[in-house]
Design a protein around this ligand. Structure first.
Ligand code: CUA
Length: 166
């Protein structure tokens, strides 16, 4: 098959470009902990807070008990986003000691939200019916705001909370 020389050069250039993008993705995922978020599991948004109704009983705890210590320095946090309760995260405040590893399970009771923790690699979509999950370690003491970054209604900009690393 005859391929024009100019066309051949463009084909080779395009293939090299695809390879370069692949290498860039590999480097960013390994060196900068940028991971593709996978939906952890499905959940019925109407039954989140009903004890025993879902596979995630952490969401059914009162907000002050949604941070659990699994073992020294290892925690899991169950956070629900609400537009229908006045654009809030529940719970709105979490406290962990420095050096803690925290696994976040986040879901929505109503509409699509976004969950980002400033100055960390935690950044996920929060969909009603899906549980989003990410684990990260907090070595540096301070206040980390977690905010909604997906427009979810008139008071979207008020939807934030704080993780305090002591
Ligand atoms: Cu929730 Cu924007």
């Amino acid at each position: 098959m005859h391929i024009d020389q100019t066309e051949r050069r463009y084909i080779i250039f395009a293939l090299l470009l695809v390879g370069a993008f692949g290498i860039a993705i590999a480097i960013s995922s390994s060196a900068y902990s940028i991971n593709v978020v996978r939906p952890e599991s499905q959940i019925d948004p109407k039954l989140l807070t009903t004890p025993g109704a879902t596979a995630y009983d952490g969401f059914a705890e009162p907000p002050e008990n949604r941070l659990r210590e699994l073992s020294p320095g290892r925690y899991e946090a169950y956070i629900i986003g609400y537009a229908t309760k006045g654009w809030i995260w529940e719970p709105e405040e979490l406290r962990v000691p420095a050096g803690s590893e925290v696994t976040f399970y986040v879901t929505s009771a109503d509409v699509t939200h976004g969950f980002i923790i400033q100055n960390t690699n935690v950044n996920m979509m929060v969909l009603p019916g899906q549980v989003s999950k990410l684990t990260t370690t907090f070595d540096t003491p301070g206040t980390y705001n977690f905010i909604c970054h997906e427009y979810c209604g008139i008071l979207h900009h008020n939807m934030y909370g704080q993780l305090i690393v002591e």
